[in-house]
Write a protein that binds this ligand. Structure first.
Ligand SMILES: Nc1nc2c(ncn2[C@@H]2O[C@H](COP(=O)(O)OP(=O)(O)OP(=O)(O)O)[C@@H](O)[C@H]2O)c(=O)[nH]1
Ligand SMILES: Nc1nc2c(ncn2[C@@H]2O[C@H](COP(=O)(O)OP(=O)(O)OP(=O)(O)O)[C@@H](O)[C@H]2O)c(=O)[nH]1
Ligand SMILES: [Mg+2]
Ligand SMILES: [Mg+2]
Lengths: 277, 291
């Protein structure tokens, strides 16, 4: 983008390319560039060096939300993790559990992915590594029943943070979305005193389908936040700009690797700098 | 959908006879939009649109078609040329066992695809053998063993061995079992992870698989090209298994990868069950991408 000091077509095409290649999507890209072009015209801006910071600011505005603390004090915090297959839900649970343990919290895991081969074993191994017990049933059992047991165990054991792992599922499978709704109903009914965070886990390599995911998961259950994983790759994860712009679901955490401490709080400014680098 | 949008473009224009540059320009703006919404790579779209424009401008509109239909016809033909036509088969070794290695980013669907591929080949009369060479992910070996059991295919793994050692031993174990295809599951890895890409290069060099298949998630966005190019350069792959096609992702990554690496998509994964693997149909994919 530094190649175009003059505001010619090449400059605007360069901006469009940078945004689209970051998976921001054509619609949000066009809206942003239309606004920027109008601003340049109205304020008689002649140099590209003046416009790039304005574009970054617009993106930061879309992505900035009021920060909430990750863990609630004095009450049970329940994290319900959902998302399509393979996005990093189980690994993210391990990372959040690790952080909670470091903060001295009592953590419990619920192995409510009762479907996929070795899903329960995978979560249990992570549980042992972070020092958190795992509530589980047999593979093939009703995930809502696992959640029910986990909540009552959490309440009995004075747990601070309960993390619920669910099976990956495509948002287009209505019966699987209904299964999630049932799980959430159980959580709300059995733990009315808890602070419940429903988090949608999205892979940073995802393109425009991420918007469809957020729309349908959001429609089925209220989603409180997004975890954007695999940002340690070369994908920029720009789809969250489209998600936040349309659905106002904030990104609260990012995954930057496969280890327990590869979890960071979302920083809109740092994200936008990386997006347009 | 695109067909309707193109029709709308052309009902506004009155040009018949030959397609004017302006008519084509309008129509191609819609095609470009459709392709970018479908996650086709920006540069691939740019080149594709230029190709179509060159063919379309000045072309005679056939009596049986409207200008919109004419442009769609050209787009479909150019897309088919890019995607490749017909099914791309798996190549088997003249002297068994055929060794197939699955590689790709984290979570793309490799372990499941390894088992699905074994099931698919078993139904074709082959005797597959699986090697669980992901020693990193918790319960990865267990995952493949469970899947292997479900389809009645033996799975080899060995704790405490390096990936290279266990891959080599796994292949040796397949021979006395009279297995003619060995499918090797590997750990998900980033194309920019030097250590992990070096490991993969080393395994490929020593094990010499007859087929390396890159497993790619159909919802991958613009980054698909970066990933495919690096995997091609570092380990080279013979084809792609495109997964999670049972969702509503348009799958533009398929076009991007084929256009940029020349490697075909060989198989499509369309669900989580072990029989959800099918030969890939490029023409169906083109329609899906265009929307
Ligand atoms: N590089 C990288 N890999 C990650 C990250 N988060 C998760 N992974 C990897 O992604 C793969 C899938 O992670 P899982 O936690 O099993 O994903 P999941 O969403 O639970 O998968 P399903 O339960 O099968 O839907 C694993 O190989 C993880 O190590 C991340 O932030 N960066
Ligand atoms: N809906 C659907 N899910 C799929 C498909 N292929 C794989 N999956 C699911 O995607 C998730 C990830 O699959 P895995 O086979 O564990 O992926 P992987 O590439 O081996 O993951 P890593 O080893 O961590 O890199 C699992 O939940 C699978 O069941 C598919 O075609 N459709
Ligand atoms: Mg999981
Ligand atoms: Mg795997």
């Amino acid at each position: 983008l530094a190649h175009f000091p003059v505001l010619d077509e090449g400059f605007w095409e360069g901006l469009e390319e940078a945004l689209i290649e970051a998976d921001v999507g054509i619609q949000v890209t066009q809206e942003l560039l239309d606004k920027l072009r109008e601003e340049a015209r109205a304020q008689k801006i002649r140099e590209s060096a003046q416009l790039l910071p304005r574009l970054k600011e617009k993106l930061v505005d879309i992505l900035t939300t009021e920060k909430q603390p990750l863990f609630s004090e004095g009450k049970l915090g329940i994290f319900l993790m959902l998302g399509v297959n393979g996005t990093g839900k189980t690994t993210t649970i391990a990372k959040i559990a690790h952080r909670a343990k470091i903060e001295g919290k009592n953590v419990l895991l619920a192995a409510a992915d009762t479907y996929r081969a070795a899903a329960i074993e995978q979560l249990e191994i992570w549980g042992k590594r972070v020092g958190a017990a795992t509530i589980k049933h047999r593979r093939g059992s009703d995930p809502a029943a696992v959640v029910y047991d986990a909540i009552h165990a959490a309440q009995a054991r004075d747990v601070d943070v309960l993390l619920i792992d669910t099976a990956g599922r495509l948002h287009t499978y209505i019966h699987l979305m209904e299964e999630l709704q049932k799980i959430k109903r159980v959580v709300m009914r059995e733990a009315p005193e808890a602070e419940i965070k429903t988090l949608l886990v999205i892979d940073a390599t995802t393109g425009q389908n991420g918007l469809s995911q957020a729309r349908l998961f959001g429609k089925a259950l209220e989603v409180d936040g997004v975890v954007l994983t695999k940002l340690d790759g070369t994908a920029k994860g720009g789809i969250i700009a489209a998600i936040e712009d349309e659905l106002k679901i904030p990104v609260i955490l990012i995954g930057v690797g496969e280890k327990l401490d590869d979890l960071q709080e979302f920083d809109a400014r740092a994200f936008v700098e990386a997006l347009l680098s | 959908n695109l067909a309707t949008r193109l029709q709308n473009v052309f009902t506004k224009l009155r040009g018949r006879g030959r397609l004017s540059e302006q008519d084509v320009g309008e129509a191609l703006r819609e095609v470009r939009l459709a392709l970018l919404e479908a996650d086709v790579n920006f540069k691939v779209v740019k080149d594709f649109i230029a190709e179509v424009k060159e063919r379309a401008v000045g072309e005679e509109v056939l009596k049986s078609l409207t200008p919109g239909q004419q442009v769609i016809k050209i787009v479909h033909e150019e897309l088919a040329a890019l995607m490749g036509s017909g099914q791309s088969k798996l190549a088997f070794a003249s002297k068994p066992p055929t060794i197939i290695m699955l590689v790709g980013l984290q979570g793309s669907g490799k372990t499941t695809a390894t088992a699905k591929l074994a099931h698919y080949l078993k139904n074709q009369g082959k005797r597959p053998f699986l090697v669980a060479a992901d020693i990193y992910r918790p319960a990865a070996i267990e995952q493949l063993k469970i899947l292997g059991e479900e389809i009645g295919v033996p799975v080899f793994s060995k704790v405490g061995k390096s990936v290279l050692a266990l891959a080599k031993q796994g292949i040796r174990e397949a021979v006395p079992k009279n297995c003619d295809v060995v499918v090797v599951d590997t750990a998900g890895r980033l194309h920019i992870d030097e250590k992990m890409m070096n490991e993969l290069e080393e395994v490929k060099r020593e094990v010499r698989p007859h087929q390396v298949l890159l497993v790619v998630d159909a919802m991958t966005g613009q980054d698909a090209v970066n990933v495919a190019l690096v995997f091609k350069e570092r380990v080279d792959f013979d084809g792609v298994i495109l997964t999670k096609l049972d969702g509503d992702a348009r799958g533009g990554a398929a076009l991007s990868i084929k256009a940029v690496t020349g490697r075909p998509i060989k198989l499509a994964s369309v669900g989580e069950k072990l029989d959800d693997l099918q030969p890939f149909h490029p023409d169906r994919m083109s329609s899906r991408i265009l929307g």
